[in-house]
Write a protein that binds this ligand. Structure first.
Ligand SMILES: Cc1cc2nc3c(=O)[nH]c(=O)nc-3n(C[C@H](O)[C@H](O)[C@H](O)COP(=O)(O)OP(=O)(O)OC[C@H]3O[C@@H](n4cnc5c(N)ncnc54)[C@H](O)[C@@H]3O)c2cc1C
Length: 324
């Protein structure tokens, strides 16, 4: 925590043109000093030194290789729905994976989704095709790549690790690798990928096992969305659950509520009055406000319950550095 990057300056060139040589082919499509707040659901975060959206796994590999050769840090950004980006922004290269690497293709008994595919859209596509078992994805507003990394889900048996068959990752050491689900050590909000923050998920393959009438699957989607709207402050600027539920004991939201913290705020960051595991940006919250409120919550829960609350939300750049 707290370790800082300095922004590399290459070959004394001005920052605007300051891309590693291997990345020059992508210059026309790269954005420099682009504010990242609009790319996150909390609407918080300073600029990316460079933002790039690779069109293919080969392009992603070229970008990662060139960045590595120059010693530039690389960050991965999906829909920004589980992220707190620092007020100073991100140095080096941020790879944006949404529309790029977002293709969905059907094969023999399987569907392959690119890392940038949006989970609710994937759920809707599969429901239209009459494929059951994916309904819970309708409520998770993130990408396939990030969801696989964290084993996103909405309850027991309703986690991405239960439905994924194979994951393709791009690693600095071994290039493209296909990993079977059994190799990924999925458990609650955990996979082996968390220990490898420089592994880029490029695609995931899911088995198509169960069929159901599209109308019944779509009705199930509507019911899930309605239930989540009643339970969570979905209309506000949030990043979903801020903390993981502790392995033993009551859920994080209950623990926070017992400390009387609903409505507590630091600047414009406020604990939701509807669900205590959600923090809302009331409009002008900074990353520093969010961090301070998160630390206050952890301290209060520790003091009252002697339970350490582990963050689910990722802090960038710190988490990328400290897990290296
Ligand atoms: C209203 C709301 C409700 C939510 N409900 C749920 C829920 O029910 N269940 C749940 O599990 N989550 C939930 N979330 C959290 C979030 O949607 C999930 O964690 C989602 O998987 C994050 O996807 P993302 O594309 O937004 O990732 P980002 O926030 O962009 O990134 C998250 C992390 O993944 C890394 N990453 C992104 N893409 C890749 C990639 N291709 N390869 C490797 N690493 C990558 C990033 O560097 C970062 O560390 C909710 C969020 C919101 C805002």
């Amino acid at each position: 925590m707290g370790q800082s990057y300095s922004i590399p300056r290459l070959r004394n060139q001005p920052l605007r043109r300051n891309l590693p040589p291997g990345l020059e082919p992508f210059l026309a499509r790269a954005a420099s000093q682009l504010p990242l707040a609009p790319y996150t659901t909390w609407r918080i975060g300073g600029p990316a030194q460079w933002l790039l959206a690779p069109d293919s796994p080969d392009e992603a590999a070229a970008i990662l290789g060139a960045a590595r050769d120059e010693g530039w840090p690389v960050f991965f950004l999906g829909r920004g729905s589980n992220l707190l980006i620092g007020d100073q922004g991100l140095p080096g290269i941020t790879l944006h994976l949404t529309k790029s690497l977002g293709q969905v293709a059907f094969g023999d008994g399987v569907v392959q989704a690119g890392a940038g595919a949006y989970l609710p859209q994937l759920a809707a596509t599969l429901a239209r095709g009459g494929w059951a078992g994916f309904e819970f994805l309708i409520g998770i507003p993130g990408t396939v790549g990030a969801a696989v990394r964290l084993n996103a889900g909405t309850g027991p048996q309703q986690e991405i690790g239960h439905i994924v068959r194979r994951v393709t990752v791009l690693t600095p050491e071994q290039g493209v690798q296909a990993l079977a689900a059994g190799d990924l050590q999925f458990s609650y909000r955990h996979s082996r990928l968390l220990a490898h923050p420089d592994w880029l998920v490029v695609a995931a393959e899911f088995c198509l096992r169960e069929q159901a009438p599209p109308r019944s699957l779509q009705a199930r989607h509507r019911a899930i969305i309605q239930q989540r709207r009643a339970q969570f402050p979905s209309e506000k600027l949030t990043c979903g659950s801020v903390f993981k539920n502790p392995p033993q004991g009551p859920p994080a939201g209950w623990l926070i509520d017992q400390c009387g913290l609903k409505g507590k705020s630091v600047g414009d960051a406020q604990v939701s009055t509807r669900h205590a595991n959600f923090i809302i940006n009331r409009g002008r919250a900074t990353a520093a406000d969010m961090r301070a409120l998160i630390a206050d919550i952890q301290a209060a829960v520790w003091k009252m319950h002697s339970i350490p609350l582990e963050r689910e939300v990722v802090f960038l750049p710190e988490d990328r550095v400290s897990t290296r």
